[in-house]
Design a protein around this ligand. Structure first.
Ligand code: URA
Length: 244
């Protein structure tokens, strides 16, 4: 039976900071079942007890999952000395144990999962699971059949071993795209600056990068850049399925 302190329960359920929820308890506004709670350290069984604040049921979730459409300019970390982080974009009563699943560079946009589910995050990022990540990119340079073959065969990006086969797809055959190539690229690893370094390895440069999918979970096209929403149970299941 998962039991946690009442003040943590309330804070994790988005009812305020630890000191704010302690005040709610002090003011007699919190009930566990039929009984008015008196102590923040009281234990609550998250599976079978119901908690109310001012008569309204508190909805506790052990795990939270958000889909964020990351904008440029935000660091994928919980905290950063110099820049705003992706967690600064989650503005509701957010719990403090949230973190981003993996990293997108500061200038990369797109799909980023924010959660407090460490196991799912580890599974998704584990090199053993080969979870595919799909990106849309605009490249300075002319992507040719030869580039596609090089990405398929693996590239030396300077960290000791070749990259695993990556699928590169040209999104336009327009001749005017000689100098700039829109592409889709699928990788199954998550090495540091991987896509930028792969293009550098073939003498090209990434001008724009956006992640559009992780496993079978695609970025919701209705989610504007910089916004987020809670993931549906089906979406969480899609993620779990690709990390099994
Ligand atoms: N590859 C990169 O180079 N940057 C990212 O943000 C993600 C993948």
């Amino acid at each position: 039976m998962p039991e946690i302190r009442l003040d943590k329960y309330l804070a994790d359920a988005g009812q305020g900071t630890r000191s704010q929820v302690k005040n709610l308890i002090k003011q007699g506004r919190v009930k566990v079942g039929d009984t008015t709670a008196k102590k923040p350290e009281q234990k609550v069984d998250t599976d079978c007890e119901t908690v109310y604040v001012d008569g309204n049921q508190v909805h506790f979730r052990t795990f939270e999952y958000y889909m964020l459409n990351k904008p440029q300019g935000f660091v994928s970390a919980r905290k950063d000395k110099w820049s705003e982080t992706v967690l600064d974009l989650i503005d509701e009563d957010k719990r403090r144990d949230l973190f981003p699943v993996g990293r997108l560079d500061k200038d990369t946009e797109g799909l980023l999962i924010i959660t407090n589910d460490g196991k799912l995050s580890n599974d998704l990022l584990s090199p053993k699971k080969h979870v595919p990540k799909i990106y849309y990119a605009i490249i300075y340079g002319n992507v040719t059949e030869e580039t596609i073959r090089q990405f398929e065969e693996g590239l030396d990006i300077g960290d000791g071993k070749l990259t695993k086969p990556a699928k590169l797809k040209k999104l336009s055959d327009d001749e005017s795209h000689d100098m700039v190539s829109p592409v889709e690229i699928t990788i199954t690893e998550g090495r540091y600056h991987q896509i930028k370094k792969m293009f550098e390895a073939v003498g090209m440069e990434v001008m724009y990068l956006r992640r559009i999918a992780m496993g079978r979970l695609f970025l919701d096209e209705k989610l504007l850049c910089g916004t987020y929403r809670r993931m549906t149970d089906e979406e969480v299941e899609l993620l779990r399925a690709c990390a099994e």
